[in-house]
Ligand binder design. Structure first.
Ligand code: ISL
Ligand code: CA
Length: 544
């Protein structure tokens, strides 16, 4: 049975920065409703909404204080149900962010739990004996510092992320029962699935587990997690939905098991391809590492399993800046390279027009609290304020959270007053309105790629075969079925280069499907200019 999501293209919306309809400087649900025609024109099939639940916003909604209420910044539950109905009427499905590794420390469960050891909610979370200065172990949080926070009564509580995000105790059946009830509540409302946040962390090793090399090992896909994943699958199997797990630490080999036909989830976002090179503060993506990871995931999940394909999200800088050279041509090359791989492609808001990083000048412009924590850690370890600022702002996830650039005017058409985060000045020329009018724009290149994918099942069915495996600049591959073959060539570097195609490729006849530049005919040796990206289909006798 091939799910609807195998031939679909997804669009990730970070609601806070998408469109502000009530002009309070913060994006909202009515803003998404207003822009459904744009999403329809783009040709996407579903939206992944980053969290819009009640939250104190320590981690911008990833610290939830009420799973079944909408944060007033975004609107009301009535607004959400209006969005869901109008999205469905536009042929667009909606998947929600399911954040169940942890809650906010303002969630009623935690407010109860921290009252004392004998509180009935105590074991909804993870506690261990400690003193104000001596924690139960030396595990480190993803956000810097210890995974423990002392909370009186000689105990500390555990948090993989911020202290304001206490981890839920998944070993407690009462916790699972509450979570499963909430999941069904949302599914019965008619949503079309979930993106499962940080799901590979829900099981922890015993507190005395000895870390050897990987500091995250004690909470990365730990044995026993399969019990909970099976219980989640039993719920998901009752609905015609799609589920995608953010499952860092699940290897590409294991991901085939997680995402096979009757696996726990339909697909997985891998987090391995962010292979960086260069000094902290000047890093870029290392293309060879990037393409090797993506190729391994294509191979390991080729026959069994399914990939979620992405190059941007709300946690990473803009791909046009860290892999591209911020030119429209490089944005089109990156799009061509990943959109035609095997799996379900996700487009992050603004990626479709080639939005770039923001030139942050001070920490006051930064919102992400993990960036502020890193800044403090860098200062404490001796970096000068200027050096710490450069190191933090170069790769902060806030690059992806500046308001979406709808038009050239004040605040980029995102809002009519000063937004919660500054709008990139380049909105003057880099915006959706401009690109809708320009046939050669990045936006229209994405529309062609989406159209190419959706006009046929070839790209969801065909096999993947990497060629030019060790070429440091070019990502080249073949997609194949019994009757058809497509060749994708992308020079993802700022330098021209020549490629020597394997004879089994160069001795065939090819016709051009899509290009971001003038392209030569396919020969044994081809010169590629910086960020040239071409897609060819084999001319066969059958095709005539
Ligand atoms: O942090 C990681 C590696 O450095 C990942 O393993 C981790 O699972 C991932 O960053 C989790 O991100 C998700 O959960 C966070 C939230 O801040 C992110 O925005 C979200 O994508 C906590 O909910
Ligand atoms: Ca608003």
């Amino acid at each position: 049975m091939s799910g609807w999501w195998k031939n679909a293209v997804g669009y990730q919306i970070y609601p806070r920065s998408f469109r502000d309809a009530n002009h309070d400087g913060i994006g909202d649900l009515q803003g998404i409703i207003e822009k459904l025609p744009y999403l329809q024109s783009l040709g996407v099939d579903f939206i992944w909404l980053n969290p819009v639940y009640a939250s104190p916003n320590v981690d911008n909604g990833y610290d939830i204080s009420d799973y079944q209420d909408i944060h007033p910044d975004f609107g009301t539950m009535a607004d959400f149900e209006e969005l869901l109905a109008k999205a469905h009427a536009s042929g667009i499905k909606i998947i929600m962010d399911l954040v169940v590794n942890h809650t906010s420390d303002q969630h009623p469960w935690f407010l109860e739990a921290k009252k004392g050891k004998d509180n009935p909610y105590r074991d909804y979370y993870l506690w261990a004996d400690a003193t104000e200065t001596k924690m139960p172990n030396d595990w480190k949080s993803f956000f810097g510092g210890s995974t423990w926070t002392y909370a009186g009564s000689s105990q500390a509580y555990f948090h993989v992320f911020a202290p304001e995000q206490p981890d839920l105790n998944w070993k407690n059946p009462k916790v699972r029962e509450e979570i499963y009830r909430m999941i069904r509540w949302w599914l019965d409302l008619g949503i079309d699935g979930f993106r499962l946040d940080a799901i590979s962390h829900i099981q922890k090793e015993p507190w005395d587990f000895n870390i050897t090399d990987n500091p995250w090992a004690p909470f990365m896909n730990v044995a026993g997690i399969e019990v909970y994943m099976k219980e989640l699958k039993e719920i998901f199997d009752d609905y015609p939905i799609m589920t995608v797990g953010e499952a860092s630490g699940v290897s590409s080999k294991k991901a085939a098991h997680w995402t096979k036909e009757d696996g726990y989830l339909n697909m997985i976002f891998e987090l391995e391809h962010n292979v960086r090179e260069g000094q902290q503060g000047a890093e870029r993506l290392n293309l060879l590492g990037f393409k090797k990871v993506l190729s391994r995931w294509q191979k390991d999940l080729g026959a069994n399993g399914w990939n979620a394909l992405y190059v941007e999200n709300h946690d990473n800088p803009r791909i046009a800046s860290i892999l591209g050279d911020e030119s429209p041509k490089s944005a089109k090359a990156i799009a061509t390279m990943y959109m035609l791989l095997k799996g379900t492609p996700f487009i992050y808001q603004g990626q479709e027009i080639g939005m770039t990083n923001f030139a942050f000048q001070s920490m006051e412009q930064i919102d992400a609290q993990d960036s502020h924590k890193l800044y403090r850690i860098l200062l404490e370890s001796g970096s000068s304020p200027e050096e710490a600022l450069r190191k933090v702002t170069h790769w902060t996830r806030d690059h992806s959270r500046t308001p979406l650039q709808w038009e050239g005017g004040m605040y980029g058409g995102f809002s009519s007053l000063l937004p919660w985060m500054a709008v990139n000045d380049n909105t003057a020329h880099l915006n959706i309105a401009e690109q809708e009018k320009d046939e050669q724009s990045v936006l229209n290149h994405y529309k062609q790629l989406i159209g190419l994918r959706k006009s046929q099942s070839f790209f969801s069915e065909g096999t993947f075969e990497l060629i030019l495996k060790n070429h440091p600049q070019v990502f080249a591959y073949l997609r194949k079925t019994d009757t058809k073959q497509v060749l994708v060539l992308a020079n993802l570097s700022r330098k021209s280069c020549q490629i020597d195609l394997p004879t089994r490729v160069s001795n065939k006849k090819w016709c051009l499907l899509l290009a971001n530049s003038d392209q030569p005919a396919i020969e044994k040796r081809i010169l590629m200019q910086p960020y040239d990206a071409w897609v060819f289909e084999e001319v066969t006798a059958a095709a005539g």
